[in-house]
Ligand binder design. Structure first.
Ligand code: GBH
Length: 513
């Protein structure tokens, strides 16, 4: 998501100004980092134990929104609103019908040769009231069947506990703005570890906390569509991080010795490239990286929010007349408790933005952009996808991994999403090329920068419900026929290409070992 202040939003609409400076920046960026399109792909084989997988998420593929005792979640509510906030009034009521077609999903995973499948659990399918008073047997059975089918085909499950579909009952109480979410999430996680943990070694607590908190509680462009920049979004972050830590500690205490799995969290953002080599732009980049990735990774590695984030929010809060910072504080006990609550870190990689300090703007503005005093944008000229926010910038993937590797030393990383959107065509050369170029940069980060990346996940197994964009932006390796009751899945060119990568662990004709 671009980070904007009111002033820079105006700047954003001034096309002439944006594009002329952008061309220069583009040239500079390529010149400085030695990147040009058409450069050779990394020809070194990925390590033998490197894992290749694909991902989906419950609300985006399952359908069966009101079947077999499932409760209502915030996406059921958002998509059923009149007028609908979703492109073409689309809903996930049926989506890819994976609730009924999971065997077909596993069959195509097998065709791709995926080592693992990253999917998420629908909280309200397992706990219909949102609370743990009643476990829905049919919901549990669905995931047990899916996991059984995966294991029968030698595909490792990587399970995300929460990929955005919060039970509406909990949203009615304020969702992530209310700290009751901490224990309720732990209760849900406990049911999942108990029911599925014997067969699941890889767990993720939350998918993209910044999308949940910033896009859901500040920008209001994802459910629950709350508009509370600089206030609700920080409450959300604070409760979400404490929920993550408590679920991690609960796994330690109640399940780890028997199940011996790994628990982590998936962070995201863009790579925020300094728009010039000036020290101001370099500092702006670092500040925005800390407000986005740091907000969620720093607490689990070092126990607390990044210094620059605490300092900036406190300063602006004071200037605005608040007697305490809008960014809540962790207690010393919480800092101790939070430190080290990860076995690995997931990172979703899509795109890059340019940054520069935000000049001007009123002191009353709140939210990540104004608090960080940074603004970000993407030059018009950058290679497009079908999603306005997703420009194709392969070198950004390597820089992002470098930054994560040097900020969180000793951490192991898995790329939990990477993908490209188009109109759904079968001859999807642009997607294939995106994957190829990004994977090459990821291989470079492993080889030349020593970043410990042990796996890669393509988003997505198949075309699916793309949140507010409905079915208008397609990310799948497989095409899904949304007009057919069978939701027929057909491999695209990229799926066949990816099957070759999962088999050879190599991006070129012949790889160097
Ligand atoms: C991921 O988010 C999600 O994890 C996944 O579910 C999704 O399908 C996939 O990417 C592809 O989008 O409407 O202008 O406010 C990526 C991060 C955050 C990017 C929300 C789009 C909304 C932009 N996304 N953002 S806007």
């Amino acid at each position: 998501m671009s980070i904007k202040t009111a002033k820079n939003q105006k700047f954003m609409t001034d096309r002439t100004m944006t594009s002329s400076s952008a061309v220069l920046t583009l040239l500079l960026t390529f010149y400085c980092s030695g990147n040009t399109y058409g450069e050779e792909l990394n020809n070194r084989r990925f390590p033998q134990d490197f894992m290749f997988g694909v991902a989906t998420a419950s609300y985006q593929v399952e359908g069966a929104w009101n079947e077999d005792g499932k409760g209502v979640n915030i996406w059921d509510v958002a998509t059923h609103q009149v007028p609908s906030p979703v492109v073409n009034n689309a809903t996930g009521d049926v989506a890819c019908d994976s609730y009924h077609q999971y065997k077909r999903d596993v069959a195509i995973l097998k065709e791709i040769g995926a080592d693992f499948y990253r999917f998420s659990l629908s909280w309200s399918r397992i706990l219909p009231s949102g609370f743990d008073d009643k476990v829905n047997k049919a919901g549990v059975k669905y995931y047990k069947n899916l996991i059984k089918e995966l294991r029968a085909n030698n595909i490792t499950p990587l399970v995300t506990l929460f990929h955005w579909d919060l039970p509406q009952s909990l949203q009615d109480l304020g969702g992530f703005q209310n700290d009751i979410i901490i224990d309720r999430f732990v209760d849900f996680a406990r049911v999942c570890f108990r029911e599925f943990g014997e067969d699941v070694q890889y767990w993720m607590t939350f998918n993209e906390p910044i999308s949940i908190c910033h896009v859901g509680y500040a920008l209001a462009t994802l459910a629950p569509q709350i508009n509370s920049p600089g206030m609700g979004e920080y409450l959300c972050a604070h409760n979400l991080m404490r929920a993550h830590a408590k679920a991690y500690r609960m796994y330690d205490e109640e399940f780890r010795s028997a199940q011996n799995g790994l628990v982590g969290i998936d962070v995201n953002g863009a790579w925020y490239e300094p728009s010039t080599n000036s020290s101001e732009d370099i500092e702006a980049s670092e500040t925005l990286m800390q407000f986005t990735y740091g907000c969620y990774a720093h607490p689990i590695v070092h126990g607390d929010y990044p210094e620059v984030m605490k300092k900036n929010v406190a300063r602006r809060s004071a200037l605005q007349g608040y007697t305490r910072s809008r960014l809540p504080e962790f207690t010393p006990e919480e800092i101790k408790y939070m430190t080290g609550t990860y076995d690995y870190i997931g990172v979703n990689i899509y795109t890059t933005e340019l940054v520069t300090p935000a000049k001007g703007g009123s002191i009353s503005e709140m939210g990540i952009g104004p608090d960080a005093q940074v603004t970000s944008w993407q030059p018009e000229e950058w290679e497009k996808s079908s999603s306005s926010w997703l420009k194709v910038v392969p070198w950004g993937a390597r820089k992002l991994l470098q930054w994560l590797g040097s900020n969180y030393k000793g951490a192991r990383f898995i790329i939990t999403e990477n993908g490209y959107s188009d109109d759904g065509r079968l001859e999807d050369d642009a997607r294939l090329s995106y994957y190829e170029r990004y994977l090459s940069k990821i291989r470079d980060a492993i080889e030349f920068d020593g970043v410990d990346v042990f796996g890669y996940t393509a988003w997505s197994l198949m075309d699916n419900f793309e949140w507010m964009r409905g079915y208008s932006e397609k990310f799948g390796l497989y095409q899904v026929d949304f007009n057919s009751p069978n939701r027929t899945r057909t491999p695209k060119k990229s799926a066949k290409w990816y099957a070759n990568v999962t088999r050879t662990k190599c991006l070129v004709e012949t790889c160097v070992e």
